[in-house]
Every structure is written in C-alpha cells, then in structure tokens.
Design a protein around this ligand. Sequence first.
Ligand code: PMT
Length: 404
Amino acid sequence: MSQALKGQRILLCVGGGIAAYKSLELVRRLRDAGAQVQVAMTAGAQQFVTALSFQALSGQPTRTSLWDSAAEAAMGHIELARWASRVLIAPATADLLAHLAHGLADDLVTTLALATTAPISVCPAMNHIMWKHPATQANLATLRARGVQVIGPEDGPLAEGESGPGRLSQPDAIVAALAGAVPADAPVQGPLAGLHVVVSAGPTYEDLDPVRYLGNRSSGKMGFAVAQAAARRGAAVTLVAGPVTLETPPGVTRVDVRSAAQMRAAVFGAFPADIYIGAAAVADYTPRMPAPNKIKKSSESLALDLVRTPDILAEVAASEQPLKLVVGFAAETENVAEYARGKLIAKRLDLIVANRVGIPDGGFESDRNAMTAFWKEGQREFPCAPKTELAEALVELIGERLRA
Ligand code: PMT
C-alpha cells in the first residue's frame, strides 16, 4: 500500500446523494492508508446516512452544521479548515460542484471549502444527464482550472435504474487517486515550521556491572512517532534515543544514548531549541557505583545501592534556555490524572501527556495508546489509537498551545 496518505489529515466532506453510503467505506480505506479523517456533512447527506456512523468509523466527532455552538467550541470551522492537509468531497453532487465553482459559502461544507488552503479533490456522483449538462461541465472546468482534482465518476448502472456516467468511484479507486496526487513523504505544513524541536524517546539502561543493567519496557515507539510528526510539520527535530531498535524517521537528526546521564548530556547538547518533548522513560535511579566486574552469585540476597538520576525534564523547564514550550509525559498505573497534574505543577511544565502503563493495549511497547494532555487551564482526551495518529494529534495540540 502507498505510504503517501500516512499522517495526512483528511477532511472528508459528504454531499447529499445516495452514493453517500459509499463514503462510510471510504473513511475505513483512508484510515487503513494511515490518514486521520474528520467528516463534515451537508444537510442533504444527513438524509442518506447518519453522522453517528461516520463518527464511529472516523473516531472523531462528525460536523453537521455551521451553527453548532458545542462543535464550534471544540474546534471552530476555520480551525478545522486549517487542520486539513487535504479536503476530499465525496460524493460531490451537481449542486455542490456549482456552489464550489462559484465560491458560495452558505453551509458548513461550502464554507470549509472556501476557508481552507489545503488541496481539494472532488468525487462527483449524480444522474448521467445532470453530469453531461453544460452547466455542470462548465463548473468542473472552473474547478479544474483552479487546481481541484476531479476523481471519477464511473460509467455504469445508476440508482434510478438508468445507466451512464455518474456513479461515485469505488472507495479504493478514490484512495489510490488521492494518494497519487500527494507527493510521497510530503511535509504537512504546520505550526512547527522553522522551529527546533528536541524529543527524548525510549528507555535508559543503568549498568550494574559489565553484563547487567536496570532498564524498562519502553520501546521508543511513542517518542519516535512524535519526532516524525514534528518533522512532517517542518520542524528541525533532534531525537535523543535510548537503546531501541527503531529506524530513524525521515528528516530527523538522531543521537543515541544509553544511560540517564548520557541522555541529559545529549539533550542539553542539542540546545538551543524552541520545544522540548520528554517522551523517554528515564530511569529514576542508577547504581551508585557500577561494579567493574561481573557481580558473583555469593549470598542468598543482594541489595543494590541506588542513587537518584538527574530529572532531565525538570532541569530543562527550570533552565535559562529560551524554550517556547516544555512538554512532559507521565506514565502512571493509577490515579493517572492526579499524578500527571502534580508533575505538571512540580516540574513547571507547559503541557503534560498522561498515559496509563502496565496494560496490554497501550502504554509501553504497544503500537497503540490512549492519552490525556493537561495544561494549566485545560485538558484534551486522545482516545485509544495507533501511536502514529496520536503523535500527529499531539503535535497539533502543541501548535495550538504555542499560539495560545
Ligand atoms: O516507548 P513506548 O514503548 O512507545 O512507550 C511510551 C511511553 C509509555 C514510554 C511514553 O508514552 C511515556 O509515558 N513516557 C514517559 C515515561 C516516564 O518516564 O514517565 P514518568 O512519569 O516517570 O516521568 C515524567 C516525565 O519526566 C517524563 O517526561 C520523563 O521523560 C521525565 N523524566 C523522568 C525521570 C528523569 N530522571 N528524567 C526525566 O526527564
């Protein structure tokens, strides 16, 4: 499968035609291709399929009206238009195409189309006579001239029993056409362009002797995903990685370390930076004196003499570095929100991302996670999703907090 849609933020606008049922499948296919999807529906579309179905499939609230104050409070339509890296309109009825061609903005979907700077693709679906009508063809020519990608329609049997061009393209064909229009590894323009972001990821290993160490179960997946998401938004990213087996994300500068002390040195060595994101699971304790030779099995029990490691995150937040934002993670097995808020205050952070660890579907090692971000005046839930998707959403939030 093409990687072109991976991490793309696709705003799927659904128009009012019977083919709207195919757009449910389209959401699935887009997510399978690694895209995040948010859905907006016209009033007509809501006559054919429900907002709830799209919400269940996209994992995001479906937007149905320009005048929904609750939805606007969560993410205003202008913000949603900016969020999108691509806008896909499927099905696009003859009426919707006419609105788009003439720049009319009298409902949510047409307003979003006018308010976005993202590339737009339309997937027409209508009766074959409406499709062939000179007015429709003139509107399509206008849209094409403006750089809008037109996908389909297909020729074949139509809902009303006739046959001809006007069938919505199949979801797989739409995804393939969309992917073909996105250059591979296209950077998603975003709020981090031009900024230097330092991310820590993975575990640290604290050596007990030449053959043993104290470590933890962090795989680095979360931190690497965050580094990749930041790089895709134009940031220069330095990734300070503990011992992990992951590949370096494209465009990211990586510094490999082993212990907490080495991680601290590498983080401060990477400064100056605009943003620090501490996703690493740094050991809290390290042996006071690693044994020079292998510790021999001599007595029934063994007590380790451990001392505290430097708290890198707290030191960064308290330092004189001209950072715009310091973001920590909190890995907790209980009282997640309470402990995370405590760390936000105690370490004087701008943002903390709390996740439950010690569970099978999330936290350490898993490809998926669920998180809650806390800042002084608010919080945001990120329901369970692949870490790559969460990282994209987190980087968006970081962009918002930078602008706040
Ligand atoms: O790597 P994965 O397998 O994908 O798992 C992801 C993760 C669970 C490791 C990640 O999501 C996460 O929660 N990372 C932080 C883990 C952690 O050490 O949490 P903490 O609550 O113990 O520490 C709080 C914060 O202080 C963290 O930002 C940590 O990087 C930082 N810290 C902690 C101790 C220390 N000596 N120095 C630090 O900078």
